[in-house]
Design a binder for this molecule. Structure first.
Ligand SMILES: Nc1ncnc2c1ncn2[C@@H]1O[C@H](COP(=O)(O)OP(=O)(O)OP(=O)(O)O)[C@@H](O)[C@H]1O
Ligand SMILES: [Mg+2]
Length: 304
């Protein structure tokens, strides 16, 4: 489904160069469910954007669904995106002034109106929002907005879904419902790639990729046994961190104090480190608008 070889992405900031991707090799088979974790700034979104034909690498080769996309122009990239790929983002990226139904119609700009309407209705039904189609994003919960975004992602029947922190803005229970939809889509044969900071989301994949400094540093198949191991480890680290904090506040007796540790393991093998403070800073930067999805700028569902 996806092949990437020696992918590099560099950003030039004045005199310095940021190596957002530093030579990534990756192969994802059709039907796989893959999660990508890594500290803030490790290159996860950059990788997703390039694999999703939203951006081009500085060098390296990307093939999506058998086509070499790394050298295509904007129009050709848009065609590949529209045919094969659905995107889901942390901040939903819906058009606020229009309804759920019209949001789902957006990728169907080149489809005949009657077909498009039926496809949009079906997609909203598929995510359990058949009765919410006339609501605007401001009239829906975060989970409902994300379901609209998923309906929009699947309306063209893509073979690949790329989701960048899809549960990042949702409470745990709502996040689980969103993951359940991804599992159903996966069962239908769609290839799924999810970027996440949450270990209990990451372990739901069949394969976990961990990034650091623009490189893939771990790539692990996950079975039930491994999943259990990873969760126990993450839980232990969390519990120790909690006890450390509690001890610092003298809630627990001194005897219960444990050495300082970070949040999630930096790798699946354990260890400390967490960049959540840094994430919070990054999240405050402006999210990509609908144009970033690659829909033509002139598309305006309201006008139709
Ligand atoms: N448009 C840009 N211009 C300059 N630098 C960029 C740009 N986009 C990303 N970077 C830099 O590239 C690196 C990788 O960024 P990326 O957004 O891929 O990280 P990430 O792993 O998705 O982080 P997060 O978990 O915070 O979303 C970072 O150092 C970032 O600052
Ligand atoms: Mg990111």
């Amino acid at each position: 489904m996806i092949e990437a070889a020696q992918l590099r992405k560099e950003y030039h900031m004045g005199d310095s160069v940021v190596h957002a991707l530093a030579g990534v090799d990756l192969r994802i088979q059709p039907g796989e469910f893959v999660s990508i974790t890594g500290a803030s700034g490790s290159g996860k979104s950059t990788l997703m954007h390039i694999l999703g034909c939203l951006d081009r690498p500085t060098s390296g080769i990307v093939r999506v669904a058998g086509e070499t996309v790394s050298a295509l122009n904007d129009k050709q990239l848009a065609r590949i995106r529209n045919q094969h790929i659905g995107f889901v983002f942390q901040t939903f990226n819906l058009i606020n002034r229009t309804t759920a139904f019209d949001n789902v119609l957006v990728p169907l700009v080149y489809t005949r109106r009657a077909f498009a309407k039926k496809a949009a209705r079906d997609a909203l039904e598929r995510v359990g929002l058949g009765k919410r189609s006339k609501h605007r994003p401001s009239e829906m919960s975060g989970g409902e907005c994300q379901r609209v975004a998923i309906a929009r992602a699947i309306v063209n029947k893509p073979r690949l879904i790329l989701a960048d922190e899809p549960t990042g803005n949702l409470d745990t229970r709502t996040g689980e419902q969103i993951m359940q939809i991804f599992h159903e889509l996966h069962a239908d044969g769609i290839t799924i790639l999810v970027v996440t900071h949450e270990m209990d989301v990451a372990v739901q994949a069949q394969r976990m990729i961990h990034m650091k400094d623009g490189n893939i540093v771990e790539d692990t198949a996950v079975d039930d046994h491994r999943r259990e191991q990873i969760l126990t480890q993450a839980h232990d680290v969390h519990t120790r961190a909690f006890r450390q904090k509690a001890a610092a506040k003298a809630i627990l007796p001194a005897a219960a104090r444990v050495p300082e540790v970070g949040g999630w393991p930096t790798s699946f093998g354990g260890g400390g480190g967490d960049d959540r403070g840094h994430d919070a800073e990054r999240e405050s930067s402006s999210p990509p608008g609908p144009k970033d999805l690659g829909y033509p700028a002139e598309v305006d569902p309201v006008r139709e």
